[in-house]
Design a binder for this molecule. Structure first.
Ligand SMILES: [Zn+2]
Length: 214
Protein backbone atom coordinates (compact mmCIF):
# COMPACT_ATOMS: atom_id res chain seq x y z
CA UNK A 1 0.00 0.00 0.00
CA UNK A 2 1.39 3.39 -0.98
CA UNK A 3 1.70 6.13 1.62
CA UNK A 4 -1.22 8.05 0.16
CA UNK A 5 -3.72 5.19 0.17
CA UNK A 6 -6.43 5.59 2.75
CA UNK A 7 -5.82 9.30 3.11
CA UNK A 8 -8.02 10.36 0.26
CA UNK A 9 -9.90 12.98 2.25
CA UNK A 10 -6.69 14.94 2.78
CA UNK A 11 -6.24 15.37 -0.94
CA UNK A 12 -9.59 15.11 -2.64
CA UNK A 13 -12.87 16.58 -1.43
CA UNK A 14 -15.40 13.72 -1.31
CA UNK A 15 -18.53 14.01 -3.45
CA UNK A 16 -20.76 13.71 -0.38
CA UNK A 17 -19.17 16.81 1.12
CA UNK A 18 -19.31 18.65 -2.18
CA UNK A 19 -23.08 18.13 -2.29
CA UNK A 20 -23.52 19.68 1.17
CA UNK A 21 -22.45 23.09 -0.07
CA UNK A 22 -24.91 24.38 -2.58
CA UNK A 23 -23.92 27.06 -4.98
CA UNK A 24 -20.21 26.37 -4.77
CA UNK A 25 -18.13 24.98 -7.62
CA UNK A 26 -15.79 22.16 -6.59
CA UNK A 27 -15.23 20.59 -9.93
CA UNK A 28 -15.81 21.38 -13.60
CA UNK A 29 -17.32 19.28 -16.35
CA UNK A 30 -17.14 15.61 -15.35
CA UNK A 31 -17.65 14.53 -18.97
CA UNK A 32 -14.75 16.52 -20.36
CA UNK A 33 -11.14 15.45 -20.04
CA UNK A 34 -10.08 18.80 -18.65
CA UNK A 35 -8.59 20.21 -15.48
CA UNK A 36 -8.16 23.67 -13.99
CA UNK A 37 -4.91 24.81 -12.40
CA UNK A 38 -5.51 27.44 -9.73
CA UNK A 39 -3.05 29.56 -7.74
CA UNK A 40 -4.02 31.42 -4.57
CA UNK A 41 -2.59 34.24 -2.46
CA UNK A 42 -0.45 36.13 -5.03
CA UNK A 43 0.65 38.03 -6.93
CA UNK A 44 4.14 38.34 -5.46
CA UNK A 45 7.49 39.14 -7.12
CA UNK A 46 9.27 36.18 -5.47
CA UNK A 47 7.16 33.51 -7.17
CA UNK A 48 4.50 34.69 -9.62
CA UNK A 49 6.82 35.83 -12.47
CA UNK A 50 8.67 32.48 -12.44
CA UNK A 51 5.37 30.66 -12.48
CA UNK A 52 4.18 32.78 -15.40
CA UNK A 53 7.38 31.91 -17.29
CA UNK A 54 6.65 28.20 -16.85
CA UNK A 55 3.03 28.54 -17.94
CA UNK A 56 4.07 30.56 -20.98
CA UNK A 57 6.70 28.02 -21.96
CA UNK A 58 4.13 25.24 -21.68
CA UNK A 59 1.42 27.23 -23.45
CA UNK A 60 -0.97 26.73 -20.54
CA UNK A 61 -3.47 29.11 -18.92
CA UNK A 62 -4.41 29.08 -15.24
CA UNK A 63 -6.67 30.89 -12.78
CA UNK A 64 -5.11 33.16 -10.13
CA UNK A 65 -7.14 33.91 -6.99
CA UNK A 66 -5.45 37.13 -5.95
CA UNK A 67 -5.36 38.96 -2.66
CA UNK A 68 -6.44 42.55 -3.38
CA UNK A 69 -3.69 44.07 -1.27
CA UNK A 70 -1.03 42.17 -3.24
CA UNK A 71 -2.53 43.24 -6.56
CA UNK A 72 -2.45 46.82 -5.24
CA UNK A 73 1.20 46.45 -4.29
CA UNK A 74 2.27 44.69 -7.50
CA UNK A 75 -0.07 45.95 -10.22
CA UNK A 76 2.48 45.18 -12.94
CA UNK A 77 2.41 41.48 -12.06
CA UNK A 78 -1.39 41.45 -12.05
CA UNK A 79 -1.34 43.09 -15.48
CA UNK A 80 1.12 40.51 -16.77
CA UNK A 81 -1.14 37.69 -15.54
CA UNK A 82 -4.05 39.17 -17.46
CA UNK A 83 -2.03 40.06 -20.53
CA UNK A 84 -0.77 36.48 -20.83
CA UNK A 85 -4.31 35.16 -20.99
CA UNK A 86 -4.86 33.83 -17.47
CA UNK A 87 -8.05 34.34 -15.50
CA UNK A 88 -8.06 36.19 -12.21
CA UNK A 89 -10.31 35.67 -9.22
CA UNK A 90 -10.97 37.54 -5.99
CA UNK A 91 -9.49 36.12 -2.74
CA UNK A 92 -10.58 39.08 -0.51
CA UNK A 93 -8.57 42.24 0.11
CA UNK A 94 -6.30 40.84 2.82
CA UNK A 95 -7.00 37.14 3.12
CA UNK A 96 -9.85 37.30 5.60
CA UNK A 97 -11.03 34.35 7.61
CA UNK A 98 -14.77 34.58 6.91
CA UNK A 99 -16.03 33.13 10.17
CA UNK A 100 -14.42 35.97 12.16
CA UNK A 101 -16.28 38.77 10.34
CA UNK A 102 -19.83 39.97 9.93
CA UNK A 103 -21.44 39.55 6.55
CA UNK A 104 -21.24 43.29 5.85
CA UNK A 105 -17.57 43.60 6.81
CA UNK A 106 -16.69 40.56 4.74
CA UNK A 107 -18.53 41.81 1.67
CA UNK A 108 -16.97 45.27 2.05
CA UNK A 109 -13.54 43.63 2.09
CA UNK A 110 -14.32 41.58 -1.03
CA UNK A 111 -15.59 44.69 -2.82
CA UNK A 112 -12.44 46.60 -1.88
CA UNK A 113 -10.51 43.86 -3.66
CA UNK A 114 -13.04 43.94 -6.49
CA UNK A 115 -11.92 47.43 -7.51
CA UNK A 116 -8.31 46.25 -7.69
CA UNK A 117 -9.14 43.05 -9.52
CA UNK A 118 -11.07 44.66 -12.34
CA UNK A 119 -14.48 43.29 -11.46
CA UNK A 120 -13.73 39.57 -11.83
CA UNK A 121 -16.72 37.47 -10.82
CA UNK A 122 -14.69 34.45 -9.71
CA UNK A 123 -14.25 34.20 -5.95
CA UNK A 124 -12.48 31.80 -3.63
CA UNK A 125 -12.80 32.24 0.14
CA UNK A 126 -9.47 32.16 2.02
CA UNK A 127 -9.12 28.86 3.94
CA UNK A 128 -11.96 27.54 1.79
CA UNK A 129 -14.48 28.67 4.36
CA UNK A 130 -17.05 31.37 5.00
CA UNK A 131 -20.49 31.75 6.50
CA UNK A 132 -23.63 30.91 4.52
CA UNK A 133 -24.83 34.54 4.72
CA UNK A 134 -21.54 35.67 3.20
CA UNK A 135 -21.84 33.04 0.50
CA UNK A 136 -25.42 34.03 -0.26
CA UNK A 137 -24.53 37.73 -0.48
CA UNK A 138 -21.62 37.01 -2.83
CA UNK A 139 -23.80 34.92 -5.09
CA UNK A 140 -26.33 37.74 -5.22
CA UNK A 141 -23.53 40.02 -6.35
CA UNK A 142 -22.93 37.60 -9.21
CA UNK A 143 -19.82 35.86 -7.92
CA UNK A 144 -19.10 32.29 -8.92
CA UNK A 145 -17.60 30.70 -5.81
CA UNK A 146 -14.90 28.21 -6.72
CA UNK A 147 -13.27 25.80 -4.29
CA UNK A 148 -11.22 22.80 -5.42
CA UNK A 149 -11.28 19.09 -6.03
CA UNK A 150 -7.58 18.31 -5.49
CA UNK A 151 -5.47 19.84 -2.73
CA UNK A 152 -1.69 19.67 -3.18
CA UNK A 153 -0.62 20.92 0.31
CA UNK A 154 2.08 22.94 -1.45
CA UNK A 155 2.17 25.44 1.44
CA UNK A 156 3.47 22.67 3.72
CA UNK A 157 7.24 22.20 3.50
CA UNK A 158 6.85 18.50 4.28
CA UNK A 159 5.39 18.08 0.81
CA UNK A 160 8.11 17.75 -1.81
CA UNK A 161 7.39 18.31 -5.49
CA UNK A 162 7.41 14.52 -5.99
CA UNK A 163 4.89 14.00 -3.22
CA UNK A 164 2.58 16.66 -4.68
CA UNK A 165 2.80 15.17 -8.15
CA UNK A 166 1.98 11.73 -6.73
CA UNK A 167 -1.17 13.19 -5.12
CA UNK A 168 -2.17 14.88 -8.36
CA UNK A 169 -1.64 11.73 -10.42
CA UNK A 170 -3.73 9.70 -8.05
CA UNK A 171 -6.65 12.07 -7.50
CA UNK A 172 -7.05 14.09 -10.69
CA UNK A 173 -10.14 13.20 -12.69
CA UNK A 174 -12.29 14.89 -15.33
CA UNK A 175 -13.05 18.46 -14.33
CA UNK A 176 -10.68 18.53 -11.35
CA UNK A 177 -9.83 21.94 -9.96
CA UNK A 178 -6.27 21.67 -8.60
CA UNK A 179 -5.24 24.02 -5.81
CA UNK A 180 -1.73 25.53 -5.62
CA UNK A 181 -0.39 28.75 -4.05
CA UNK A 182 1.93 31.33 -5.56
CA UNK A 183 3.30 32.15 -2.14
CA UNK A 184 6.75 32.26 -0.54
CA UNK A 185 5.94 29.12 1.44
CA UNK A 186 5.26 27.08 -1.71
CA UNK A 187 7.93 28.54 -3.95
CA UNK A 188 10.46 26.12 -5.52
CA UNK A 189 8.59 22.95 -4.59
CA UNK A 190 5.41 24.27 -6.16
CA UNK A 191 7.16 25.45 -9.32
CA UNK A 192 8.76 22.04 -9.84
CA UNK A 193 5.46 20.27 -9.14
CA UNK A 194 3.67 22.49 -11.66
CA UNK A 195 6.18 21.64 -14.39
CA UNK A 196 5.86 17.90 -13.78
CA UNK A 197 2.08 18.14 -13.46
CA UNK A 198 1.69 19.88 -16.80
CA UNK A 199 3.88 17.26 -18.51
CA UNK A 200 1.77 14.48 -17.01
CA UNK A 201 -1.56 16.15 -17.82
CA UNK A 202 -0.52 16.55 -21.45
CA UNK A 203 0.60 12.91 -21.65
CA UNK A 204 -2.73 11.84 -20.21
CA UNK A 205 -4.64 13.89 -22.77
CA UNK A 206 -6.15 16.46 -20.41
CA UNK A 207 -6.85 19.95 -21.65
CA UNK A 208 -6.03 22.70 -19.16
CA UNK A 209 -8.80 25.30 -18.93
CA UNK A 210 -9.50 28.49 -16.98
CA UNK A 211 -12.39 28.79 -14.54
CA UNK A 212 -13.83 31.88 -16.23
CA UNK A 213 -14.65 29.70 -19.25
CA UNK A 214 -16.40 27.02 -17.22
ZN1 LIG B 1 -5.52 31.75 0.42
Amino acid sequence: MAWYDGMRILYQVPGSLQHLYHGVVWRGNKRKRCVYLTFDDGPIPEVTPQLLDILKQEGVHATFFMVGQKAEEYPEIKERVKREGHAIGNHTYNHLKGILYSKNDYIANVMKADRLLDGTRLFRPPYGRMGWRQKHALRQLGFKICLWDVLTHDYDKNYSAERMVAIIKRYTRNGSIINFHDSVKSNERMLEAVKQTITWLKEEGYSIDVLSDM
